[in-house]
Design a protein around this ligand. Structure first.
Ligand SMILES: Cc1cc2nc3c(=O)[nH]c(=O)nc-3n(C[C@H](O)[C@H](O)[C@H](O)COP(=O)(O)O)c2cc1C
Length: 200
C-alpha cells in the first residue's frame, strides 16, 4: 500500500473509532500475506471499486490484494472501453503483475470489480482461473453505471464451479474521476451488506 493510501486508511478507520493497536495490526495485514482468513481482491481503474474494497477491509480485518495487469490501459475513457471490448471479444487473459502466494489460507474471498461491458474486466478471469477456489466462499461486489452485476455472477460460477457464492453487491460508480462510492449513503449500503453476510 502506498504511504498515501495507508494514511487514508488509518484516518478513515480512526474516524469510526478503531483503536491504534487495531489500526496498526490491520494496516500491516493490508496486502495478502497477512493473518486473516478473509481476502478482498479488487481491480479498479478510477478508484470507486477500490474505495469499496478498502471499506470492506476496514470492516472485516481482511487482507487486501489489488489486481494489476502487466499491460496498461489508456488514460482516455473511450480508448479504454475500446481496448476492454477487444479483450472481451478475444477472450483474452491479461497477465497480472503479482499473485497471491498464500491463497490456501483464505476461506472467504471478496472479489470486487467495475462492470466492464456487462461483466468483470478480463483481469478477473485471469485471477479466478489461477487458483483453486473449491470449498471457499466467493463474495462478488461491483461498481457500475447502470448494468449492476450484469453477467459477472454467472461468469464467476462458471470459472469457480466448486466455490460457494454469497450474495453480491452492485453499487453505483463513476468513470469521470469522482469517487461516488465514498458517499455516506454508499458506505452505509456496504456496511449493511457486509453485516448481512454469513462469513463463518
Ligand atoms: C472499459 C469500461 C467498460 C464499462 N462498461 C460498463 C458497462 O457495461 N456497464 C456499466 O454499467 N458500466 C460500465 N462502465 C462503467 C464502470 O463500471 C464504472 O464507471 C465503475 O464504477 C468504474 O469503477 P472504478 O472507478 O473502480 O474503475 C465501464 C467502464 C469502463 C472503463
Amino acid at each position: 500500500m502506498s504511504a498515501f493510501s495507508r494514511r487514508s486508511f488509518l484516518m478513515a478507520a480512526a474516524s469510526i473509532g478503531l483503536s491504534v493497536p487495531f489500526l496498526v495490526a490491520n494496516a500491516r495485514a493490508q496486502q495478502s500475506g497477512g493473518q486473516s482468513r478473509i481476502l478482498v481482491a479488487c481491480f479498479s481503474r478510477t478508484g470507486n471499486t477500490r474505495t469499496v474494497a478498502e471499506q470492506i477491509v476496514t470492516l472485516t480485518g481482511a487482507d487486501f490484494f489489488e489486481l494489476k495487469t502487466t499491460h496498461s490501459y489508456p488514460a482516455e475513457y473511450r480508448a479504454t472501453t475500446d481496448q476492454a471490448k477487444r479483450e472481451q471479444q478475444q477472450n483474452f487473459r491479461p497477465q497480472l503483475t503479482d499473485n497471491v502466494s498464500n491463497m490456501d489460507q483464505y476461506d472467504v474471498v471478496f472479489v470486487g470489480y467495475p462492470n466492464w461491458w456487462g461483466t468483470m474486466p478480463m483481469a478477473f478471469f485471469s485471477f479466478l482461473e489461477a487458483y483453486d477456489f473449491a470449498g471457499k466462499s466467493i463474495v462478488p461486489f461491483c461498481t457500475h453505471e447502470g448494468s449492476r452485476l450484469g453477467r459477472s455472477v454467472a461468469d464467476i460460477e462458471a470459472l469457480c464451479p466448486n466455490a460457494a457464492l454469497l450474495g453480491g453487491l452492485a453499487l453505483r460508480g463513476a468513470s469521470d474521476g469522482s469517487i461516488v462510492t465514498a458517499s455516506t449513503s454508499a458506505q452505509s449500503a456496504v456496511r449493511d451488506w457486509v453485516g448481512s453476510l454469513r462469513l463463518s
